[in-house]
Design a protein around this ligand. Structure first.
Ligand SMILES: NC(=O)c1ccc[n+]([C@@H]2O[C@H](COP(=O)([O-])OP(=O)(O)OC[C@H]3O[C@@H](n4cnc5c(N)ncnc54)[C@H](O)[C@@H]3O)[C@@H](O)[C@H]2O)c1
Length: 477
């Protein structure tokens, strides 16, 4: 049975580094408004570390847990191990200096001191497109041994519907000997999807409603109280009926985007056949408030949108639209290669440049990037593939099976294919590529680029002839 919460000083000198009127630090924390406690965040990656910094900023004492000793050591010096998230380094340094942030590789130590545990390690996809639970199961088993009665455990990693209650609940019970959903003698358990976008996490945490659901009413209420006290005050917290609704909401919002993009890609292929500009079509269609057609492109990358539909499909094989959409988006690379191949009359021995290897511009992440199958497919047809990405070193490009191209160096490329919409590509002087015949604009971001007459432009759903007709009157093509 838990005792009544009592205020505790947060730091050695008895002050908590927070202005007067800020929440009281109590132990144990039971969700009373105006109070904060101790939270363990398991997984100090691109999402977990910003979450930890956010919670500390609202006065929570945060213990970050990660299996990488270098990461733990850096964090314990108040330094970050990646620097791409605006504001992160400053927030971590401030939380560390105020005594509200520490890190450890020992789950049991962190969890046994925590009122709330937030789990944010990745759930991967196997080669068979099924959830690969190895990392999640290991992290769950490690945290279970430290669980105390009354602790709230929140899964934020995107999960197939039902996993919080049916997979991780029993695993936590097994490892801790405690019952799930019992606030006095057991632990509380809920799910809250992480909906942020890398590169603007703090803004998203402040503006997107935080969806949350418990495995029972008390777990849901405690989770709601946690997020109200730990997220920016401007953030809405929406308590859904149960953990399954919260799990499903994340899969629904991401799968919606995959399906919508697949529809745009299918429309784009038809537009190519009809010599119509798909961008004009979409702009026109979306001028009516019920139409929200997304943009077509050379494919969908990153570890969210191409992955989560498979989490749905793993439990709901009947979702044919979801499955077909995934296939349509995957096929975009083959479609692009076919257009280039046809335009050049074959690819055997042809030097081709691929621009942009990360899954999107400005994010150094190769997970599920469509550049990798693009390079593979071009090479399969005999092309000699070179590549450039401003975020990758020559060695990293070589590991993607392409020859690194030093930016601006003259080369006999006969085709250039862009895989990201990096604005840098607009600075290319295509006149310098004397052999160039084809520009395939995989993100439709180069429609206005000046092209020598001998170069044919192909966008996704923007046939060569249409683009020229569109651009010619402005005098740019
Ligand atoms: N990255 C995104 O843009 C994004 C957006 C929304 C939601 N998400 C969700 O967040 C999850 C995590 O994503 P991420 O980008 O932070 O991943 P990441 O790979 O950047 O970080 C994961 C961290 O977990 C650590 N880890 C692995 N096993 C562990 C264990 N047993 N105990 C403790 N730490 C362990 C790793 O060392 C790593 O530091 C995703 O799987 C997804 O569900 C991610």
């Amino acid at each position: 049975m838990r005792t009544e919460p009592t205020p505790v000083p947060n730091t050695e000198n008895g002050t908590d580094g927070l202005p007067a009127g800020q929440p009281r630090h109590v132990s144990p924390w039971t969700g009373e408004p105006g109070t904060v406690g101790t939270v363990a965040v398991v997984g100090m990656g691109k999402i977990g570390l910003p979450l930890a910094a956010q919670y500390a900023e609202r006065g929570w004492h945060v213990i970050g847990v990660d299996v990488l000793p270098d990461v733990v050591a850096k964090l314990n010096e108040g330094r970050v191990h990646f620097d791409e998230e605006p504001g992160l380094a400053e927030k971590v340094a401030a939380a560390h200096a105020a005594g509200r942030f520490e890190a450890t590789a020992v789950h049991r130590d962190a969890v046994s001191r925590a009122d709330v545990v937030v789990m944010i390690v990745p759930l991967m996809l196997s080669d068979e497109q099924e959830p690969d639970y190895r990392i999640m199961d290991r992290a769950t088993a490690a945290l279970a041994v430290g669980l105390r009665a009354g602790t709230l455990v929140l899964y934020e990693t995107t999960l197939p519907v039902g996993d919080t209650r049916r997979r991780f609940g029993p695993a936590l019970e097994h490892g801790s000997g405690l019952r799930a959903g019992d606030p006095d003698l057991g632990f509380l358990l809920g799910f809250s999807p992480e909906r942020v976008y890398s590169g603007r996490i703090f803004r998203d945490l402040a503006t997107y409603p935080k969806l949350v659901g418990g495995i029972d009413a008390e777990s849901g209420r405690r989770a709601e109280a946690f997020y109200r006290s730990a997220l920016p005050e401007s953030a809405e917290v929406w308590l859904l009926s149960n953990a399954e609704a919260a799990e499903f909401a994340k899969l629904a919002e991401t799968t919606y985007r995959d399906v919508n993009i697949a529809l745009a890609n299918e429309f784009a292929r038809y537009a190519e056949r009809m010599n119509v500009d798909i961008l004009e079509v979409i702009r026109g269609a979306n001028s009516q408030p019920f139409s929200h057609i997304h943009q077509p492109g050379i494919g969908v990358g990153g570890h969210c949108i191409p992955v989560y539909p498979h989490f749905l499909l793993s439990r709901a094989k009947e979702m044919e639209i979801v499955e077909t959409s995934r296939r349509t988006n995957q096929d975009q690379v083959g479609h692009a290669v076919k257009i280039v191949q046809t335009a050049l009359g074959g690819l055997e021995g042809v030097p081709v440049l691929v621009l942009g290897l990360t899954y999107r511009e400005n994010v150094k992440e190769l997970a599920y990037s469509r550049a990798l199958p693009l390079i593979e497919r071009l090479a399969f047809h005999g092309a000699r593939v070179s590549a450039y990405d401003p975020l990758l070193t020559a060695e990293e490009i070589e590991r993607c099976c392409a020859a690194p191209w030093p930016w601006g160096e003259p080369a006999p490329f006969r085709a250039i294919v862009t895989q990201t919409a990096d604005p840098l590509w607009r600075q290319l002087d295509l006149g310098a590529f004397r052999e160039l015949e084809v520009l395939y604009d995989g993100r439709n971001s180069l429609r206005e680029l000046a092209l020598p007459d001998r170069v044919s432009y192909f966008g996704v759903g923007v046939p060569s002839r249409v683009r020229r007709a569109t651009v010619a009157p402005t005098g740019r093509s």
